[in-house]
Design a protein around this ligand. Structure first.
Ligand SMILES: C[S@@+](CC[C@H](N)C(=O)[O-])C[C@H]1O[C@@H](n2cnc3c(N)ncnc32)[C@H](O)[C@@H]1O
Length: 153
């Protein structure tokens, strides 16, 4: 796993029972480690690409019904429920803000790693009642990435 994904996984990890949503999960590696390290963790893997979701399904099938899979654009497949944690990483800031804006689901904690338009994402979090608790820049394979953690106020 790359140091970028390791940072995200470390921030996302929590000991207690939780449900983690990874939107744009692709390979599913972050969810793999979270499910492996915490047997009380459940996950929802979402990707709009069926090919990407298939990669996640292969990697995560060992966790049985602890994981649900949705081939979907954004978070609208979740309805208006509340979840412990949302992760969106590796996509652009405009796309992230679009996904968050139309979502009816709520999240106690959100971890975002936009490839670009980081200020736009920070503004969305602040305006929508989230407090940014972690804002780090990390280097991975010669590139810099921002990782933001935020909590519902
Ligand atoms: C570059 S990969 C990043 C994968 C992983 N999250 C990471 O950080 O390594 C981006 C993934 O997000 C998915 N994606 C992009 N926009 C999406 C959307 N609106 N809804 C669901 N998935 C999306 C793509 O299909 C792709 O699999």
């Amino acid at each position: 796993m790359s140091s970028r994904l390791k940072h995200i996984t470390k921030l996302a990890f929590q000991q207690s029972a939780c449900t983690v949503v990874d939107c744009g999960c692709d390979h599913g590696k972050v969810l793999y480690w979270l499910l492996k390290e915490n047997s009380d963790c459940r996950a929802i893997a979402i990707d709009k690409s069926s090919q990407s979701l298939e990669k996640a399904r292969k990697l995560l099938e060992c966790f049985g019904n602890r994981v649900a899979f949705f081939c979907a654009d954004g978070l609208t497949c979740l309805g208006n429920n509340t979840y412990n944690l949302l992760i969106i990483s590796g996509i652009g800031g405009y796309n992230i803000v679009d996904i968050l804006t139309v979502s009816k689901a709520k999240f106690d904690r959100i971890i975002l790693s936009p490839h670009r338009d980081i200020d736009l994402v920070k503004r969305w979090l602040t305006v929508n009642n989230y407090v940014i608790t972690t804002d780090i820049r990390i280097e991975c394979r010669g590139k810099e990435y921002t990782i933001l953690e935020s909590k519902d106020k």
